[in-house]
Design a protein around this ligand. Structure first.
Ligand SMILES: [Ca+2]
Length: 171
């Protein structure tokens, strides 16, 4: 089934690197494309979604604007301290630098106090197409992976700021 409003069954954004009070990360999970989370700083940006239980995820749908390179990672542990790369494609050697600098990124922690990020060695990145007058809509197949957390790492954008309007999963 597709969960159009992930927040309705207890999923939460437990970390986000930006939190504009008018466009908070909760807007990612409310099922509405009209409301959105807005990045307010430099790249990379990220947010982590926690599910109330271990979920078998087969498809992730992302509605966004101006996102260029995105990496999605998953975690199956109770604590979001180790992530595995879940979906990746694309080509961008430059993204290595973006990920490298993640270690120095000061994270804005919203609810969860003890998230540690593990840098991954092997990766490539989803590349979204730029849109003008509509949202970017991308469906990402993830082969029925189990996950308690999903981490979305926005490595670059088509503009200084990006917005994420909706994330839904087919479980
Ligand atoms: Ca929304």
């Amino acid at each position: 089934m597709i969960n159009t409003a992930l927040s309705s069954f207890g999923a939460q954004v437990v970390l986000a690197t930006s939190s504009d009070e008018n466009h908070p990360p909760e807007n990612i999970l409310d099922g509405k494309t009209e409301t959105f989370w807005l990045s307010t700083g430099m790249f990379p940006q990220e947010f982590i979604i926690r599910f109330p239980d271990n979920m078998k995820v087969s498809l992730i749908s992302v509605h966004s604007f101006n996102v260029k390179h995105l990496r999605i990672e998953k975690n199956t542990l109770e604590e979001a301290d180790k992530f595995q790369v879940m979906a990746e494609k694309g080509k961008n050697p430059q993204s290595a630098q973006g990920l490298h600098s993640l270690n120095n990124l000061k994270l804005h922690k919203i609810r969860l106090s003890e998230i540690q990020l593990t840098r991954l060695h092997e990766f490539c990145v989803l590349e979204f197409e730029q849109t003008e007058n509509s949202l970017q809509t991308n469906d990402i197949s993830v082969d029925g992976s189990h996950a308690t957390h999903l981490r979305f790492l926005i490595i670059s954008g088509y503009d200084h700021f990006v917005s994420v309007h909706k994330v839904s999963v087919e479980a």
